[in-house]
Design a binder for this molecule. Structure first.
Ligand code: TRP
Length: 331
């Protein structure tokens, strides 16, 4: 059976960009595959972060994933740092990976450019990602376009390790991306991708009032200076959100009202606020229930770690044997 692995960094709350771009799809994959979903807290270390909030953010991310519909009974939902084998396998992999390849990663080039002193961990980021996936011998990885290069590196690592240590029968699969259907979601400022650090997001747990407060001032088609100017829905960022959140009839109606200047943007936003609120309502309710049950969440997280660990330990036994380490023999 195919095995799915994906990870998300626990930097801030889950927002509708993450949800539409990734997590909604992860929820659906649970019906078809054996799935592991991981809050990748070790990856956070590659940038400046606040140790005082890391634990709470990691927990919050796992709660958000469960609220969004990832089911800890069906899928393995866990924190990366709870399974020490991730970093162990990464060390093994660093020795079959070329520095040149890592230096050519576009994400590394972007991030390191702005740094005076580049941490070695930033260069190793994709090796840790390869270890995340291959530790579970997952062969399908749901990610966005921006991770395709990292996935390619994961395949290179699997191939190089297999060639060196398992030449007769490959031990690791070469993981393939499952490209997420929804493409990148723009922020409410209409200028950049939706991202917590840019403050242009709607969080999945926001209340109807908060959603309205954020949509009210959001950027629309810049050609619509007044209510009487006809607009072009395709140039309006909020129309994209309508397409994701509103029923088909509403999407058609909204486009007509925009083109004919039958509605002002505010009226259109009101409808959008309602459909966003309606879609997020069950997530917010599940979030509240999870928050009310702290020990239940703790148990689910511990159980996720335990299940992940069992698979990880099994993979590592095969790895260590093939790499020639002295096994511990109980006397
Ligand atoms: N690099 C991924 C991102 O920024 C996060 C990630 C870490 C990941 N390990 C992974 C994604 C393994 C998929 C599989 O989105």
């Amino acid at each position: 059976m195919d095995r799915v692995f994906s990870g998300i960094q626990p930097t801030g709350e889950l927002h509708i960009g993450n949800w539409l771009g990734a997590v909604k799809n992860w929820v659906e994959l649970q019906d078809r595959y054996e799935c592991l979903y991981c809050a990748v807290d070790l990856h956070v270390l590659t940038v400046k972060y606040d140790p005082a909030t890391l634990a709470e953010r990691t927990r919050e991310m796992l709660v958000s994933l469960m609220a969004a519909g990832l089911d800890p009974e069906r899928s393995i939902i866990f924190a990366q740092s709870h399974v020490p084998e991730h970093t162990r396998l990464m060390w093994f992999f660093t020795n079959v990976t070329g520095i040149g390849e890592l230096e050519r990663m576009t994400q590394f080039k972007d991030k390191s450019q702005r740094m005076e002193r580049v941490p070695a961990g930033l260069l190793m980021y994709p090796v840790l990602q390869a270890a995340d996936i291959l530790l579970y011998r997952a062969n399908k990885v749901p990610v966005g376009e921006d991770q395709v290069q990292h996935l390619e590196l994961s395949r290179d690592v699997a191939r190089a390790w297999n060639a060196e240590f398992a030449p007769d029968e490959p031990y690791f699969p070469e993981p393939q991306p499952l490209l997420t259907p929804a493409k990148r979601i723009m922020g409410l400022d209409g200028e950049a991708k939706m991202s917590k650090s840019l403050g242009n997001t709607i969080g999945i747990f926001e209340t109807p009032e908060q959603i309205w407060d954020k949509l009210k001032p959001a950027k629309t088609d810049p050609a619509r200076k007044t209510k009487k100017d006809p607009g072009t829905p395709e140039l309006c960022n909020l129309y994209t959100l309508h397409q994701h959140f509103s029923p088909a009839e509403t999407v058609t109606a909204v486009a007509d009202k925009c083109r004919s200047a039958g509605w002002g943007c505010l009226e259109c936003k009101r409808v959008l606020a309602d459909t966003v609120t309606a879609q997020l309502a069950p997530i917010r309710e599940r979030g509240e229930a999870l928050r009310a049950d702290r020990s239940g969440v703790d148990r689910a997280i511990a159980r996720g770690a335990e299940r992940a660990r069992a698979l990880a330990v099994d993979t590592m036994r095969g790895v260590e044997r093939r790499m020639g380490f002295l096994p511990v023999i109980q006397g």
